[in-house]
Design a protein around this ligand. Structure first.
Ligand code: NAP
Length: 482
């Protein structure tokens, strides 16, 4: 085992409550150093039959008893919470996010489990009268295959795990090969908490995700990741007529009107883009600022960017860590260099930070416009391109002129105006005077256009892990309790 290991002696796959031996491992890199710090077990596609059979067998018992499901999920949330101090450093080592953020990501796993434990599922009795009885039931689908990205490895997995389990499905999760360890450890910690086969994590790279989507036991696919891969997943799921929820990329616009108090919003606007070092699907990735205050906003945000401590997430006080991986680091550098070559002014940052690891200085780019790659494409890194607009129609037209439609935000003290603009923005969520506020357990999250199909969270996310059965009779049913 490589030195610097902070998890167990060896990370193990858990299948049906026990170690599942696999032949190989792959290295996991700490982005703060650029070096491998642990080995993750490599599940190869040929082992999926055994694993999926266990999940399919577990479904038969798990779906039957809702009270038992709720109790087991509640206990699972308690175990995860009790292990937050153990899990967070593993997450920081594989993802790069500061420890405080890593703890928050563990906390979101707990929060989502408890939300779905407590969620009241409304009864859907359509008719029970002299004309007959009709009721709609939401039934679990079976084995859910969940595929997740590297930016928020736990939160985004539990957006799937919690509602899927509550609805009575069993689930097999394949995390990103960049961040396999924290979720793998959670599956080990829950060995004696959840019944065998109910929740399984498989780690591996290459073709494992595709094999999971195509597996005959997969009755539902829930994918979070890039639009490029989401398209492949959607096509593969369609081959088996498997329902798929796709949570994909975004290039979210923030529209800042000239009646805001620039100093008052500067910090909030900065974090709208730099949340998780810009590696958030819903980060503000294009900032449209009205002419009159354009220079003031650029300077105010650049001042915040210059003052934020960047470094190893394990060092207290660092607010931003490294970019998660080398391909992403290279992409950020490429897009910034392209913008500079296109005439953008660098108001802050603009280059990698010298030394080991994948650190990139928080970058604010000004005097650029639509058509430059960093504005038009999803940069997914610590970069904030700020472009000018003249009036509301101009801003809305340009914000909507994107293949993506995940989230957006409108910044103005005039709420009426904010609501009018929000109504015209083609996005799954719009926040006012803040960005990304809609990421809450009880609100639907999902993208329009090429940002995805379907939603997660709230009752809507729960419904995504069910299918309907309408039960009817030509007489009223005397006792309609289930
Ligand atoms: P990605 O490259 O699309 O990978 C996502 C997951 O898909 C990983 O687990 C990956 O496994 C797996 N995968 C790769 N090829 C596959 C295939 N052919 N079939 C099935 N699975 C496959 O995305 P990422 O770079 O990890 O994450 C960043 C992207 O996710 C950004 O575009 C971001 O906007 C998006 N995102 C969206 C949301 C949302 O809720 N809408 C939330 C967070 C992130 P390997 O690691 O083994 O390649």
């Amino acid at each position: 085992m490589t030195t610097g290991q902070i998890g167990p002696d060896a990370y193990r796959i858990t299948v049906a409550g026990a170690d599942f031996d696999v032949a190989g491992t792959f290295g996991v890199i700490n982005p703060a150093t650029g070096r491998v710090f642990a080995q993750a077990p490599e599940v190869t596609p040929d082992r999926l039959d055994e694993i999926m059979a266990t999940a399919a067998a577990a479904f038969r018992g798990w779906r039957r008893d809702e009270a038992a499901r709720i109790a087991a999920m509640r206990a699972a949330a308690d175990v995860i919470e009790a292990n937050a101090d153990y899990l967070a450093p593993i997450l920081t080592s594989e993802q790069g996010m500061p420890l405080r953020e890593a703890k928050a990501d563990v906390g979101r796993a707990v929060e989502w489990m408890r939300y779905y434990v407590d969620l009241e599922i409304p009864r859907e009795l359509v008719r029970n009268d002299m004309h007959g009885y009709a009721e709609v039931f939401r039934r679990p689908l079976g084995v859910v295959s969940a595929i997740t990205p590297w930016n928020f490895p736990l939160a985004l997995a539990f957006w799937k795990i919690a509602p899927a389990l509550r609805a009575g499905n069993t689930i097999v999760v394949k995390p990103s090969a960049f961040t396999p360890l924290s979720i793998l450890e959670i599956s080990r910690l829950l060995r004696d908490v959840l019944p065998d086969g109910v929740f399984t994590v498989v780690t591996g790279g290459g073709k494992l995700g595709a094999a999971l989507v195509a597996h005959p036991h997969t009755n539902k696919v829930s994918f979070t990741g890039s639009t490029e891969v989401g398209r492949l997943v959607g096509v593969a799921a369609a081959q088996n007529i498997t329902p798929a929820t796709l949570e994909l990329g975004g290039n979210d616009a923030a529209i800042v009107f000239d009646d805001v108090d620039v100093q008052e919003i500067a910090q909030r606007l900065f974090w709208a883009s730099f949340l998780n070092n810009g590696q958030a699907c819903l980060a503000a990735k294009r900032i449209y600022v009205q002419d009159r205050i354009y220079d003031d906003v650029v300077e105010a945000v650049a001042a915040v960017a210059r003052s934020v401590p960047v470094g190893d997430g394990k060092v207290p006080n660092n607010l931003l860590g490294p970019v998660n991986n080398k391909p992403q680091f290279d992409r950020v550098a490429e897009l910034v260099n392209d913008a500079i070559a296109s005439g953008a002014k660098v108001a802050a940052g603009g280059a990698p930070i010298k030394g080991e690891g994948y650190f990139y200085a928080p970058t604010v780019l000004a005097d650029l416009t639509d058509g430059v790659r960093v504005v038009d494409e999803e940069q997914f890194g610590p970069v904030m391109p700020i472009v000018r607009f003249s009036d509301a129609d101009d801003a809305v037209r340009r914000a909507n002129a994107s293949p993506y439609g995940l989230t957006a935000s409108v910044w103005t003290p005039q709420y009426e105006r904010a609501l009018r603009v929000a109504a015209e923005l083609d996005a799954g969520q719009v926040s006012i005077n803040v960005h990304g506020l809609g990421v809450q357990t009880g609100l639907p999250f999902g993208g329009h256009k090429q940002s995805g199909i379907g939603v997660e969270n709230g009752i809507w996310g729960y419904y995504g892990f069910t299918e309907t059965t309408a039960v009817t009779g030509f007489q009223a049913v005397p006792d309609v309790s289930r």
